[in-house]
Write a protein that binds this ligand. Structure first.
Ligand code: ADP
Ligand code: MG
Length: 319
């Protein structure tokens, strides 16, 4: 049972990047307006995410690291088909506590004292403490007791690159929040509440921000760069569906490129940040444990809408 548990946890948390993503999702689900991320040793020594969100009530806190404990899904059997939160499986904190040492300090704004939970494997301790409203989750010594898992990890520098890219995507899709990433004590990325253009400035610099055009259509908002900012890779094309940054969206990438049509040479791609909003029942993030791939019920129609919105935004531009 112990081995089975570690394997199951490894599906959710196989590297520090997974811990960061899950903790960011929890902060957003908690309605945070400020998210602070700290990473040490490529995330293997420490990942910490501090938010000013709803916090966890004292009487619920011991449950948070339990497997399948989630406050986000209504008990109806089909609720998973209408997910509106980023988390819904109740496995992230549990998996983090299997893979490393989890510490959680949390206080809802209206509650007087804060609660502190430490969890590792099946050990759990809860105590009282004081803390600002919100939640701080720290995961230390990831995989320290799992040498096989440790051996397959990327170098700290490579992991930090991926973590920085991931956080950049969250900033781009949630530009209305305060964000800060600190790596080994040094500030890497900071962002103060702004719009998509401001987020492009925080992530890619002011030159890029000056070259984006805003785009708005029903269920769709964001920015797309003017043709001079194209590059051979599609690594600056960003999409979110109902607030969830998604990867592997080739149909949406193609739609944006088609929207730019003859404005750009073949084989290049623009920078874009597009937030899509669809009915919860028309999207399914339950495709993969990392929930970064979302199946859309009506992908063809959504792609056509994206293409037309990009074309229209560009038509209004003096290029
Ligand atoms: P899920 O997000 O799928 O519900 P998690 O294991 O990530 O599962 O978290 C378990 C539960 O702990 C959540 O449902 C939520 O109630 C609570 N929780 C976790 N992180 C936070 C946070 N940052 N702020 C408020 N509540 C949180
Ligand atoms: Mg979660």
């Amino acid at each position: 049972p112990h081995v089975a548990r570690l394997i199951a946890a490894g599906e959710v948390v196989s590297r520090p990047l997974d811990v960061v993503r899950e903790l960011l999702d929890n902060a957003l689900d908690a309605g945070a307006t400020r998210v602070d991320i700290e990473v040490e040793g490529g995330g293997l020594s420490l990942v910490r995410v501090r938010d000013n969100g709803s916090g966890i009530p004292a009487d619920m806190v011991a449950l948070a690291p339990a497997r399948h404990a989630t406050s986000k899904l209504a008990p109806e059997t089909d609720a998973v088909n209408r997910v509106t939160t980023l988390g819904f499986r109740g496995e992230a904190l549990w998996a983090a506590a299997q893979a490393g040492i989890l510490e959680l300090v949390t206080r809802p704004a209206q509650q007087v004292g804060a609660a502190q939970v430490s969890a590792h494997g099946d050990q759990l301790s809860v105590s009282r403490t004081s803390a600002p409203a919100g939640t701080t989750v720290t995961v230390r010594h990831l995989f320290a007791h799992l040498p096989a898992r440790l051996r397959t990890q990327a170098t700290p520098a490579a992991e930090v690159r991926e973590i920085t890219t991931l956080i950049g995507r969250y900033v781009l899709h949630h530009p209305g929040l305060h964000w800060r990433l600190t790596v080994d004590g040094e500030a890497r990325l900071t962002h103060a509440p702004s719009d998509h253009r401001g987020a492009v400035a925080s992530v890619y610099g002011p030159l890029s921000a000056n070259r984006v055009v805003s785009l708005e259509a029903p269920g769709l908002r964001g920015v797309v760069s003017r043709p001079e900012l194209t590059r051979a890779r599609r690594d600056r094309m960003h999409f979110s569906i109902n607030g969830r940054p998604v990867v592997a969206a080739p149909e949406l990438e193609k739609a944006v490129i088609e929207g730019l049509a003859e404005l750009i040479p073949a084989g290049v791609a623009p920078l874009c940040v597009l937030d899509l909003t669809v009915e919860p029942e028309n999207q399914n993030p339950n495709v993969h444990p990392a929930k970064q791939i979302v199946a859309l019920a009506d992908l063809g129609a959504v792609a056509a809408q994206v293409r037309d919105a990009v074309a229209q935004a560009m038509a209004g531009q003096v290029l």
